[in-house]
Design a protein around this ligand. Structure first.
Ligand SMILES: [Zn+2]
Length: 611
């Protein structure tokens, strides 16, 4: 994809008042010069979420979330930066024209756009079929039988693909899509596809290409901003020779293992509950959602992939697997486990009574009873131990040790030490083995790559002086101009924890134009953005006397010179210095002493205290 020019970003920031934008999601109350609300990013009873109309930033003193209007939309909607920019641009009617990337990238982007448009139009066509066409009568009846009203079908844009070889293909070609685009979408297959070519049972002559989905109820699969990127098609009747569900193949839009069905609609429910109910099929999910149980997801397939689990962890800390009580359901639960545990998700299992699935259960028992079942769901390890113990004869030592080893292997997937300790003591108690014996059997888990910062100068927390200078550099043009006139790059290079101040000074910021500040914040990493917005929002830091800025700066500069002097002095002690080296070093030391002397004249007699 191309990049969005920074002046467009500034224009969008300027046109979207942060108070109005946040106020469109939930109420904010005026409190002096600022606005306050209950923080949407953590649970709280008294508001610590502040929005500053003047600075156009938000900050939560409870959980530390904060940043520009873009950051808010990204975090609240769980979308990436370009999507947040486009969303805010659309809100105020600013066209976003991306700068052209390299040629290949550009073509790829264009192809993606065509595919997205094709999917959106296809969803509309399938949907129209379902609602209006005579041939969809059996599908309508089927959905009615499953408790899906026309209103629900509209909300989820359910559709119907006619049981014909080329109904979709000929409609799409009529809309101007060419064969290559249709094949790329996966909605149309070529005859050579190894999968399942038209067979002799058809009395129609097969085309060179034909529709993938025929005679199926169509469920649009959306990405997390709600754009249709694929379909899942379900047969009305169980036919022996066809799969009950088929999905779109992998396409440039659709990576099956990265998408959770329904997430675009259920993410608010997930965040609020901090728990995801996982069910197998799309119909299960829709029924639960429509019954008012909105914290639901369905993996596209039977087991969770690593990426799906990681995606889910962005919204919740706990999952409740609702799988059928049969053996296939158990297998699916087990295969999901590894990915879920590796992402430190707490896993519980709500067993469905034989012959029931979440869909039938919630329709028969109602919402409250279903919620009780979920609340009573057992910890996965309890459930699993019980099931294994039922099969294995624990009086046989060999069988018992085999089971212990198997469980130890699974426990090793748990990264969180607390969670792991708890499971270890539970499992060893249940199996009657010493905790230490069991622990010894648990293979050491593979460390996960972490995004930790290297322990260098920049991982040192900035001093109060640096924080105050940073805030002044963002809001006071006189101080900013003063700092920019100094040898700031040299000084900051010698100052621990000054990386962000350096970025603030090198950015193209006009302090009287808050849009340029928003645009700068948007260029930071999320954790940096939260840190800077925290400084801006902090009364202790922000309401400081600008007249002290010069003193602070000179003290930083003096400090950096002292640091260089120390370094040179230790160099002087190195053995094997040539005469020339020594002379050179002495000269540098004299220079630095001179600088320090000059600086001390600028500093008032009492050293500046770090507040
Ligand atoms: Zn918060």
């Amino acid at each position: 994809m191309g990049t969005i020019p920074s002046d467009t970003i500034e224009q969008i920031a300027a046109a979207n008042d942060i108070v109005e934008v946040i106020g469109s999601y939930f109420p904010v109350k005026r409190a002096g010069a600022n606005f306050k609300a209950l923080c949407p990013f953590h649970q709280e009873k008294t508001p610590s979420f502040h929005v500053s109309p003047q600075r156009q930033t938000f900050h939560c003193f409870g959980c530390g979330a904060g940043g520009s209007v873009f950051r808010f939309v990204m975090d609240y909607e769980h979308i990436d930066f370009p999507s947040a920019v486009r969303k805010l641009a659309a809100r105020v009617g600013i066209p976003v024209i991306e700068e052209r990337g390299p040629h290949g990238e550009d073509r790829q982007h264009e192809a993606r756009r065509v595919l997205l448009r094709l999917h959106a139009e296809a969803a509309g066509w399938f949907h129209d079929n379902l609602l209006k066409k005579e041939l969809a009568e059996p599908a309508r009846n089927y959905l009615k039988k499953r408790g899906i009203s026309a209103e629900i079908a509209k909300r989820w844009q359910l559709g119907f693909a006619p049981d014909e070889w080329d109904a979709f293909g000929s409609w799409a070609r009529g809309r101007g899509y060419d064969a290559r685009e249709l094949i790329a979408s996966g909605l149309v297959k070529t005859k050579d596809d190894a999968d399942r070519a038209p067979d002799q049972t058809s009395n129609l002559k097969p085309q060179t290409s034909y529709d993938r989905f025929r005679g199926r109820i169509m469920f649009p699969i959306c990405n997390d901003v709600g754009e249709v990127i694929a379909f899942s098609g379900r047969l009305l009747e169980n036919e022996a020779e066809s799969a009950k569900y088929i999905n779109s193949p992998e396409t440039p839009l659709f990576r099956k293992g990265n998408v959770l069905f329904g997430l675009d609609k259920t993410k608010r429910g997930l965040i609020e509950a901090n728990c995801a109910i996982v069910c197998e099929g799309q119909l299960d999910l829709i029924t639960l959602y429509e019954a008012g149980i909105t914290n639901v997801v369905a993996p596209q397939g039977t087991a969770f992939t690593e990426n799906q689990a990681r995606l889910l962890k962005r919204f919740v800390d706990e999952v409740v697997l609702c799988f059928d009580a049969d053996a296939a359901g158990n297998k699916a639960a087990e295969r999901s486990l590894e990915a879920l545990l590796q992402n430190d998700l707490i896993v519980r299992v709500a067993e469905m009574p034989a012959g029931e699935d979440p869909d039938s259960l919630v329709r028969r028992e109602g919402k409250e009873k279903f919620e009780k079942r979920v609340a009573a769901a057992r910890d996965f390890f309890d459930y699993w131990i019980e099931r294994e113990v039922a099969i294995v004869d624990l009086s046989s030592l060999g069988a018992k040790m085999q089971l212990v080893r198997k469980l130890a292997g699974t426990v090793s997937r748990v990264h969180d030490p607390m969670m792991r300790g708890e499971i270890v003591s539970k499992v060893s108690a249940r199996l009657g083995v010493a905790t230490s014996d069991f622990e010894n059997l648990v293979p050491r888990s593979v460390p996960r790559p972490t995004a930790e910062l290297p322990r260098d100068m920049d991982s040192i927390a900035p001093s109060q002086t640096i924080k105050q200078l940073s805030v002044l550099a963002l809001r006071d043009s006189e101080v900013r101009d003063f700092l920019l006139a100094q040898e700031w790059r040299e000084v900051l290079a010698q100052t621990p924890g000054a990386e962000l101040l350096g970025r603030i000074l090198s950015a193209d910021i006009h302090v009287e134009d808050s849009a340029t500040v928003s645009s700068f914040l948007a260029s930071l990493e999320p954790h940096e953005e939260a840190v800077v917005s925290g400084w801006i929002a902090s009364k202790r830091i922000a309401y400081t006397d600008r007249n002290l800025a010069h003193e602070w700066w000179y003290s930083l500069a003096a400090e950096s010179v002292r640091r260089q002097l120390e370094a040179l002095k230790s160099k002087m002690r190195l053995p094997q210095l040539s005469q020339g080296d020594v002379v050179n070093l002495q000269k540098q030391i004299l220079d630095l002493r001179e600088q320090l002397h000059e600086l001390s004249k600028l500093l008032s007699p009492a050293p500046v205290r770090d507040i």
